[in-house]
Design a protein. Sequence first.
Length: 436
Amino acid sequence: MLSIYLTKKVIILDLCKDLTVFLTGQFGGGFNFFSFSLRSSKNRYNYTTFANANNKIRPTMTKIALITGITGQDGAYLADYLINKGYIVHGLKRRSSLFNTERIDHLYQDPQESNRRLILHYGDMTDSLNLTRIIGETQPDEIYNLAAMSHVQVSFETPEYTADANGIGTLRILEAVRLLGLTKKTRIYQASTSELYGLVQEIPQKETTPFYPRSPYAVAKMYAYWITVNYREAYGMHASNGILFNHESPLRGETFVTRKVTRGVAKIALGLQSALFMGNLSAQRDWGHAKDYVKAMHLILQQDKPDNYVIATGVTSTIRDFIRMAFSEIGVSIEFRGKGVDEKGVISSIDEKIFNAAVGEKHFIDLKKRIGEQVISIDPKYFRPTEVDLLVGDSTKAKTKLGWKPEYDLPALVKDMMQSDVKLMKKELYLKEGGF
Ligand code: NAP
Ligand code: F7E
């Protein structure tokens, strides 16, 4: 029986019990598109036809991506990016006692909605049966394996779990694709890391630099790196490693150093916190913006051949520098005095105009009283048993082969994070003042 539903954007034709056709389109301006999808009780096929102003028609099939770690920083930016490119995105999320989808809530669509672009599945990297079922059901064109226990220091406390989720978890994905007969269809992106370089053997680090991992996290990621290469070589799979250097954003987890600093500085500015306790301030990192880095992940899977790519800015700075830059974004100058565990950061001056514009006049008087006071201290509990002292990447290969170029430099990243955290902490202050 044929029934027709009209909504603002979609025409839905229920051809029979098992077959539905969705028609969507956008016309006008210089660019038109028309797409239709067929959904049977078992499968869904999506087709999109683009026509430009000259009416040259280029039909393309809507791609399906599966993102593990979709609730994390990178997963959220990548899901947004792919949905805007017309993908249907499936995401693996862990069951938790509280909602853990805050970073992707703006993309969420109820399961009852038709023609969904984002579909979430419960799962875990330690559960092969679950991963195999989800990959079988979703038949992805691209898998982005971003799920991991991603905190280096925590990996010293949970080494076995880290090896399982980060190392064997990657094997589970690769093997599921192979067993399901998807080796020719499904391309795989593995979230490899600059932590592989650890005790660096070369400066800057590039694709050919030998690895020397320095944490259970990095050792697990080393297994994941090589098993990805092995499946590529053994079974001809389109499986690639993105060796990404540190990338941050307003969505960065609160216990990574950059976010800890931007949140802390915003709280100190608003009088919500008096000081920040830090670990090794001399470590050097090559920090980029996560928004730029997820574009590289996508580009890597669009290449004819799978490969390994370093994604980095090529600029390295100390944690101390990052702290200075975060304070300076709100007009506060910090002077570091002393060495080792006795090092401290003291407010040396405040630019009233910059502070008032960034934070607000009403908070200036209180912070001004703190000039000369200590706001940064060292707590050795943040020192790691083995540290990665210096990372700086050479992403020439990505720039030349992928055409990848980051838009954000470090000052632009710090500005984005500080603006976001000042706004967030103002909300916190408002709630606190309201008695919550
Ligand atoms: P993140 O914010 O910590 O996100 C990690 C994601 O993995 C979260 O969605 C988390 O779920 C999920 N996850 C953790 N353990 C899992 C498990 N056992 N099963 C299923 N999901 C699990 O990390 P990120 O910064 O977005 O990084 C993404 C990936 O890139 C990670 O693999 C990381 O190791 C790697 N990487 C990151 C950087 C960087 O600088 N950000 C650099 C190089 C490589 P919950 O939300 O439930 O915790
Ligand atoms: O530490 C030092 C710390 O935790 C950076 C992950 O995304 O990037 C990340 O790993 C540096 C280290 O990131 C504190 O000792 C000082 O030298 O922000 P982090 P990470 O360890 O570099 C890589 C590329 C990944 O793959 C990982 O998944 O900062 N540091 N004081 C501190 N670090 C923290 N967390 N907290 C401090 O108080």
